[in-house]
Design a protein around this ligand. Structure first.
Ligand SMILES: [Zn+2]
Length: 306
């Protein structure tokens, strides 16, 4: 069984209010179809349809304060209730106390140690690597876990060669923000098919979509809707191209944010645990799953059966 982990930063299950929740306001026909016509909100979970299962997962983990990215992502990658162990939520980048959990014991390490293949599908631009090498930039939890597992991050060359995905799926940001006018771009639908193709090459693949959290902090409704409508195009063709007999797609998050644009801060909302694939594999995955600590063990059960 293979797993594609679509990590959407800062996406909680909110209310059915188009004034504050872009997940209700945006046109997302492909996601709605997966959810039997319902929007991705708290009232829709739990839900099981022909192709998908939606759970509502606790991201606060019994610790006061709003959940943050470094600890939330580290929980997803280890299955350990790190906020509880250290006594606080922390982010966006891991401090030494959080980073200590991301060495040797993450999904990336466990999967590769067992002789299976794993990859972070995001491509990083040259200035990202320059920032890391010069010490001006810290790894966030996900690339830290990847590099600590002995895996390489994908580069501009990998993106151009079609071996990796841009952080915005379409690579339009490489042209407009990063200034690489020759970057090959994809429509959202083509990016969805490319995601399926790349995920089929690994036992465990991960894609980190941070634009959702960024949009939540910006509180810009039209930008948030535009982003979600692009994502919906990606998801639709990804799901169409996905072979359910070979594995599962998991979409989840580290904490709420985007679902409530009335605040620029994170929220304490539950986050979605959305699974797409064969009903039997979905049921095995969600068995006993209640909060973010259950994700890593469930992935391990499927990729590395005893
Ligand atoms: Zn954030």
């Amino acid at each position: 069984m293979r797993i594609l982990f679509l990590f959407l930063d800062g996406v909680g299950l909110g209310t059915d209010d188009p004034q504050i929740n872009p997940l209700v306001r945006a046109r997302m026909p492909r996601l709605r179809t997966l959810l039997g016509g319902r929007p991705l909100i708290a009232a829709s979970a739990p839900l099981e349809t022909e192709r998908a299962t939606l759970l509502s997962l606790d991201a606060s983990l019994g610790v006061d304060g709003l959940p943050q990215s470094a600890t939330g992502q580290a929980v997803l990658l280890t299955g350990i209730n790190i906020p509880k162990e250290i006594g606080y939520h922390y982010g966006p980048k891991p401090n030494p106390e959080v980073a200590a959990y991301l060495n040797g014991n993450t999904l990336f390490s466990r999967v590769t140690r067992a002789g299976k293949t794993a990859a972070l599908l995001n491509a990083y631009p040259p200035r990202y690597f320059q920032g890391i090498d010069s010490g001006k930039r810290l790894y966030s939890s996900v690339p830290l876990a990847v590099t600590n597992a002995g895996l390489s991050l994908f580069t501009k060359d990998d993106l151009y060669a079609g071996r990796a995905l841009s952080a915005d799926f379409t690579a339009l940001g490489w042209q407009s923000f990063l200034g690489f006018s020759d970057t090959p771009t994809l429509t959202p639908e083509a990016a969805g098919r490319k995601t399926a193709e790349l995920a089929s090459q690994y036992d465990f693949s991960f894609f980190e979509y941070w634009a959702s959290d960024y949009a939540g902090h910006k509180q810009n409704m039209s930008a948030a809707c535009e982003l979600l409508e692009t994502f919906d195009g990606v998801l639709g063709d990804l799901v169409d191209a996905w072979d359910d007999s070979r594995g599962l797609i998991l979409l989840t998050s580290d904490h709420g944010n985007l679902e409530d644009l009335s605040t620029r801060r994170h929220t304490d909302a539950q986050v979605p645990g959305l699974l797409i694939g064969a009903p039997s594999a979905r049921r095995e995955f969600v068995h006993g799953l209640k909060d973010l600590t259950g994700i890593a063990p469930a992935i391990q059960r499927l990729i590395l059966p005893q």
